[in-house]
Design a protein around this ligand. Structure first.
Ligand SMILES: [Zn+2]
Length: 288
């Protein structure tokens, strides 16, 4: 079962999140027929968005990564209930492993931005972005949180892919410094993080999110344990709204061609068949 934990050490000078999400990455790999490097990149992004949505009481967070690499744009979303979804523009990109590691940075690229949109159910959404550092995602997310949200953060994300493409392990952690933490305490935690084995190694050995955080903090209090699920929010109503947004000319064009259209959701690959009668209805709605 995929889940997220939120915890604080007794000193309350840091906050910590960790996630295990192998099943979710395996699900999305099957739905979207992801290549190994696409699984690794999208899986890291999904673990990342799960971590940063770990603090949400309401609403959702959208993470967008566009580094100009062959994978194209990565889009992931996480909400306050632990629902995740994500997609990558070119899911079948294949790049050979380098030093036995999937070259995620190369596949994502680093000429571009990481953007975060927070929709907390208010009138306005909060949006911010920073330049990519490496395209490896964890570093990029840490840089974003430290610079844009001004919370010094350490992020580790990892996906281990088997030779047949299936997912062996996936997850990560996020440690954030709170204002009360002194420099020497920060250094002590940094050293502990540096000494840790790769996150994929820990997850593959069966370390739970709690156990991973206990490797960094001795006196941890677990505040919340939240189950995670891969869940899409698409439905016919949203597809119709999307079609209306295309505009009158586009819809008239579909009618003129005289064939029903098929809309496929990028996130869950659900197919929606739209009849010409429906297009006609949408056009009438638009004229009002
Ligand atoms: Zn969908």
């Amino acid at each position: 079962m995929a889940y997220l934990v939120k915890a604080v050490p007794q000193s309350k000078k840091f906050r910590a999140f960790a996630v295990e999400c192998k099943d979710i990455v395996e699900t999305v790999r099957k739905i979207q027929k992801l290549s190994p490097v696409a699984s690794a990149a999208l899986g890291r992004a999904l673990a990342g968005v799960a971590l940063i949505s770990g603090d949400l009481k309401i609403g959702k967070v959208l993470l967008q990564i566009n580094g100009g690499g062959p994978l194209g744009e990565i889009l992931v979303e996480g909400d306050c209930e632990g629902n995740l979804r994500g997609t990558v523009r070119n899911p079948q990109v294949y790049l050979k492993p380098e030093n036995k590691k999937l070259p995620v940075g190369k596949a994502v690229g680093k000429k571009g931005y990481i953007s975060v949109v927070k929709d907390l159910g208010l009138k306005e959404v909060y949006q911010s972005s920073t330049q990519l550092v490496s395209g490896e995602i964890a570093e990029d997310l840490a840089y974003y949180l430290t610079v844009s949200e001004q919370i010094p953060s350490a992020v580790s994300l990892g996906v281990l892919v088997d030779t047949d493409g299936s997912i062996l392990a996936a997850g990560g952690f996020l440690i954030q410094k709170l204002p009360e933490a002194k420099e020497e305490e920060v250094q002590r935690i940094e050293k502990k993080i540096q000494k840790l084995p790769y996150i994929t190694q820990l997850l593959f050995k069966g370390y739970t999110p709690e156990k991973i955080l206990e490797e960094i903090f001795e006196d941890l209090e677990i505040l919340e344990k939240r189950p995670l699920a891969y869940k899409c929010t698409c439905n016919m109503e949203r597809v119709k709204n999307m079609l209306i947004a295309l505009g009158k000319t586009e819809l008239e064009d579909i009618l003129r061609k005289g064939k029903p259209i098929e809309v496929i959701c990028h996130f869950c690959r659900q197919k929606y068949l739209i009849s010409l009668e429906t297009i006609d209805e949408l056009l009438k709605k638009q004229k009002i």
